[in-house]
Write a protein that binds this ligand. Sequence first.
Ligand code: 5AD
Ligand code: SF4
Length: 523
Amino acid sequence: MNEKQRHEQNQIKQSHASDQASDERNLERLKDKTSDDFIKYFEATYEPPNLRKAQKRGKQDIQYHDDFEIEEQFRDLGVGKKYLIRTYGCQMNEHDTEVMSGILEEMGYEATTDQKEADMILLNTCAIRENAENKVFGELGHLKSLKVENPDLIIGVCGCMSQEESVVNRILAKHHHVDLIFGTHNIHRLPQLVQNAYLSKERVVEVWSKEGDVIENLPKRRKGQIKAWVNIMYGCDKFCTYCIVPYTRGKERSRRPEDIIQEVRHLAAQGYKEVTFLGQNVNAYGKDLDIDFGLGDLMDEVRKIDIPRVRFTTSHPRDFDDRLIEVLGKGDNLMPHIHLPVQSGNSDVLKLMGRKYTREQYLELVDKIKEAIPHATFSTDIIVGFPNETEEQFEDTMTLYDEVGFEHAYTFIFSPRDGTPADKFKDEVTEDEKKQRLYRLNDKVNAYAKEAMKKYEGQTVKVLVEGESKNNPDVLAGYTEHSKLVNFTGPKSAIGDIVEVEITQAKTWSLDGVMVEEAVEVK
Ligand code: 5AD
Ligand code: SF4
């Protein structure tokens, strides 16, 4: 870290500390108050904690680098050595692992799945909920004996947890067998960091909170040859009050359209059949660019590329605009399944969450999408047990689920995250009540999933065949346009093709079927 970066980090730390002190004083006054008092307090005082600073750091700060190259001195560092990366959390992390694997393999490392033969183990971590962090600390505990057996083993921690000061301090104090800690903005520095870890007797820690840069042409070791992830933007400026992502992933930075299009063209030429655009809040794509070009425009461009399937995740309802809906309505290779996190069905809770839409606005958006894409299906993310969520407020989430008719949902109990505004909200709801709400919601989720699957019995659907089924090598598996898993009988030669499958039986989370035709013509 140079002088300038150190100075910036200190400044950010100091301003965080003063924001926190004033928040704490205000919240002290709110002890023993009702949910209405919280809303009043919230309206009077809420300001996204870091957004202003993120904006001040400014879009002029974003630099695009097209010249990534692994220096000669690092190219042989991994020859004869093996690496293993354990990935926790979201697709963004999965894709970061593909980039880190790409870098390590260009340094001569070979991948292994056996930790006993690994010379380097990296934990690519997730900070979204406490249990995600606990898993990593548990794994760090297990790795200790491996390090005793093999003192030359390099153990590294990267990903979202390493962006948290408290986590880094805990690792430094208690997990002396960790050699390397680096942040989400430091992935491109992996060659230097690995070399430092070999040379240095000290632990190597490099975590930048300054996030301005977008690094293009990083090598990638993609997991498969059929589906690929493509980052379209990094970071998040939404600052939902429960969420740690804007702190761990930094401010929103969009990749340039031409770089994205070029990557998709390249993937299509390599024979990939599906791309998923990735970002924490893809609907904000382009807002930080100097040109008037949003996600709708990007999807319209990618529609013209000869790649059979395009998806995107994750959406924020607030920024899901008419242009995007219009373009998705054109269909073609734009898949009709939409993941649209709602988080809660109650407008007061949504306000406290800082989501910036109401129940009614969410439902209006869903109606608009259904009108433009009549066969669209929806899935969502829901948090139950947000601080002081009442039984009635929870019931609103249950009725919203019915109104939309989601086909699937990821459901979570609120997990307080250090440094986020919601962490400081006083909470009267017991853990047991929260669990009961989660069970009730999950019963509903399962019932809807089953019903959605049932509809397909007797129908013929298009399936992108990904390979043999996990449980039975005589059965093939793939996904429909609406992201439903299908297990079916058919020739192995169909792997990598889009084929028609007749559904014979629906289960809760998958469909069984028989292939009816050779590969179908796509586009
Ligand atoms: N507690 C519980 N769930 C959370 N999520 C994000 N932050 C938290 C938290 N603090 C959920 C949201 C988000 C998904 C990726 O994780 O539902 O959409
Ligand atoms: Fe977190 Fe998503 Fe909200 Fe961003 S939009 S703060 S990533 S929940």
